[in-house]
Write a protein that binds this ligand. Structure first.
Ligand code: ADP
Ligand code: MG
Length: 359
């Protein structure tokens, strides 16, 4: 297994990039710890596959270097980096049996036959294709082929890292859950460094110890699921993670008070904002209390989703969502209070961190 350092990586697909907009990856600079389980989360087109292919060696970055355990591998091929990669769409040999598809990468590396047999059978069981062991891959369904692909990524145990690029897209939801649990178990057992790309927050949050959130070619935050929820570093993280996402409300500042139309809210002490910055409050729907005191809102809809209700409302011309516990009431003329210590302030979309130990 390996620690992976990404040093000032930038990548443009065009030959003569001029501005930031020409870069699919703007600047990625950080380290993936040895043995970590990472999820790379972000919307389609934000650069996830580009970053993954740079780590595996399928793509050379325009700038920067990649180190494995401190050794520069930037110029090495995928093969030489000894990384297993599972792609979004199945990569299988149609004319080979399921068994041979899995045995192939091991035979290639000269693994002794009895060990090949043991590992292939173990993997086939894990991906739930025991009954298809002797069948040719041709004629299997798309999700069975994707399971073979997944198996090919997992069958070797001598790799530096395993990279998964949205590997479960074509697989049905229940099986998705089963396979994800299997991956987690494998990770615990063998301690592979795993990077799992997805655009689905549930998948990311259930798989990883650390979630890496990407947005428009940049990593905007790396954190535990709890950190991403409690202290989103960027408004994008706030509304991409959580269901519904964080409320983001434009405000003007006056000392430590934030004004929204005729209403104002006291902010925690120690927040310093650059002159002229665009300022917003970010408050999770779970951290807004509904009652008879506070700022009045106009309710447009109440959604009952079982465990709780989501109140959709308008506040000074802005949409706002409030989560009300199952047994909570929605008064006729509801007012809201933002829970103390749960208010994030954003300047030009980035969270303003308190200067001296504030909330
Ligand atoms: P994601 O995997 O997050 O959906 P990608 O890494 O595939 O995003 O793409 C990032 C950006 O780079 C997108 O704007 C995409 O159109 C562009 N891009 C990806 N692959 C290529 C390519 N081979 N040639 C040119 N542009 C590409
Ligand atoms: Mg992709």
């Amino acid at each position: 297994m390996a620690r992976i350092d990404l040093n000032h990586i930038r990548h443009a697909y065009s030959a003569n990039p001029k501005s930031d907009a020409d870069y699919a990856l703007k600047e990625v600079h950080h380290a993936w710890q040895d043995g970590g389980a990472y999820a790379l989360l972000g919307p389609s087109g934000c650069g996830k596959t580009t970053l993954l292919n740079i780590i595996s060696g399928l793509l050379r970055p325009s700038h920067g270097e990649i180190l494995f355990n401190g050794v520069d591998v930037t110029q090495l091929s995928a093969e030489e980096r000894n990384i297993a990669q599972v792609f979004q769409f199945p990569v299988v040999y149609d004319t080979m049996t399921v068994y041979d598809n899995l045995a192939f990468p091991l035979r290639n590396r000269g693994v002794p036959a009895p060990e090949i047999d043991r590992r292939v059978r173990e993997t086939i069981e894990m991906i739930d294709l025991v009954d298809w062991t002797k069948r040719k891959a041709r004629g299997l369904t798309a999700d069975q082929k994707q399971k073979i692909s997944l198996g090919r990524g997992l069958v070797r145990n001598d790799v530096n890292a395993i990279l998964f690029d949205e590997p479960l897209t074509v697989i049905d939801p229940h099986l998705k859950w089963v396979l994800r649990s299997q991956l987690k178990k494998l990770h615990k057992r063998y301690g592979f460094t795993m990077v799992y790309v997805t655009h689905d927050q549930t998948e990311a949050l259930t798989f990883a110890d650390k979630v890496v959130v990407m947005y428009e070619g940049e990593i905007v935050q790396i954190g535990t699921p709890a950190e991403l929820f409690e202290r989103p570093r960027h408004t994008f993280v706030g509304y991409f993670i959580g269901s519904p996402g964080m409320n983001v409300l434009p405000v003007t500042l006056d000392g430590n008070r934030a004004h929204m139309g005729s209403h104002s809210i006291k902010l925690p002490d120690g927040l310093v904002v650059r002159e002229g910055a665009r300022t917003e409050l970010g408050v999770r729907p779970e951290h807004v209390s509904l009652g008879r005191e506070g700022i009045p809102i106009e309710v447009s809809k109440v959604e009952d989703i079982g465990r709780h209700r989501i109140v959709r409302a308008r506040l000074e011309g802005q949409d706002i969502a409030v989560v009300v516990p199952e047994d909570g009431e929605v008064p006729a003329d509801p007012k809201i209070v933002f829970q103390a210590g749960r208010i994030n302030l954003y300047a030009d979309s980035w969270r303003v961190e308190p200067r001296h130990g504030g909330a």
